[in-house]
Design a protein around this ligand. Structure first.
Ligand SMILES: [Mn+2]
Length: 244
């Protein structure tokens, strides 16, 4: 008999040095799921920002990396996806944690159901200003130039990008910053799947729609504030698990 694997999805923890309570919640979650029957997926923005896998003196690095490694050492599987805040989290990080990096979007099968995973920001296509910036900072040229800078300079720049991004959001409507329904529908079609799981928008939800007599469902993961949320899917169904 195949074991009933728990597929666990989290995103948008936005861990930072100033939010130690959240980091502790995350460490407890890792302890809780440290068993071979679990597969943890972190779908982006684990960190509020990440300036590169060589930032080894960052206290978050020395806290989070060994904790993730303890999870995989206990036999759990770990899959990581970059978010828009921590897209410089890469192969080196994955290797140290014994996890695997996933491309975005990524198609998996969960107990027989094809499921498309994404951070979600690339589907916010109505926010054209954001998409223009995204295509610049995700280019190899931009990344090569950025990671050549000294770490403290990278930290300063990350801070200033974040402030600019917060300022630009003030003038945008909630609809513009959500995923585009047309873009999501296209993803369902392209990947020929009936389930999507993503984060980024911080709009915790379970959407269902009927298309051609098929139910399409889209889980949006919650961002972590005073408590953490994990979506757990196994053979019995799905449930939201909260951590505080
Ligand atoms: Mn995000």
């Amino acid at each position: 008999m195949k074991p009933n694997i728990n597929f666990i999805f989290i995103a948008d923890l936005h861990l930072s040095l100033s939010a130690t309570a959240k980091t502790n919640i995350f460490l407890r979650l890792l302890e809780r799921y440290a068993a071979p029957s679990n597969h943890l997926f972190i779908l982006g923005d684990l960190f509020d920002y990440w300036v590169g896998d060589d930032d080894i003196n960052n206290p978050l690095f020395s806290t989070v990396v060994p904790a993730l490694r303890a999870l995989t050492d206990a036999g759990a599987k770990l899959s990581l996806m970059q978010g828009n805040r921590d897209f410089l989290m890469g192969e080196q990080f994955a290797e140290l944690t014994h996890g695997e990096m996933l491309s975005d979007p990524y198609l998996i099968e969960i107990h027989g159901e094809k499921t498309l995973l994404s951070h979600g920001d690339q589907w916010c296509t109505e926010d054209t200003e954001y998409q223009a910036i995204r295509s610049i900072v995700r280019s190899n040229q931009w990344i090569d130039d950025f990671v050549k800078l000294p770490i403290n300079e990278r930290n300063n720049r990350a801070q200033s990008y974040r402030e600019k991004s917060d300022a630009s959001k003030v003038n945008k409507t909630a609809e513009i910053m959500d995923v585009s329904i047309q873009t999501v529908d296209k993803a369902f079609e392209t990947y020929n799947c009936r389930r999507i799981i993503h984060g980024h928008t911080h709009r915790h939800a379970h959407h269902k729609q009927l298309v051609n007599e098929q139910t399409l469902e889209r889980f949006v993961l919650a961002d972590w504030r005073t408590r953490g949320q994990a979506l757990v899917i196994n053979e019995s169904g799905y449930l939201d698990q909260f951590f505080d």
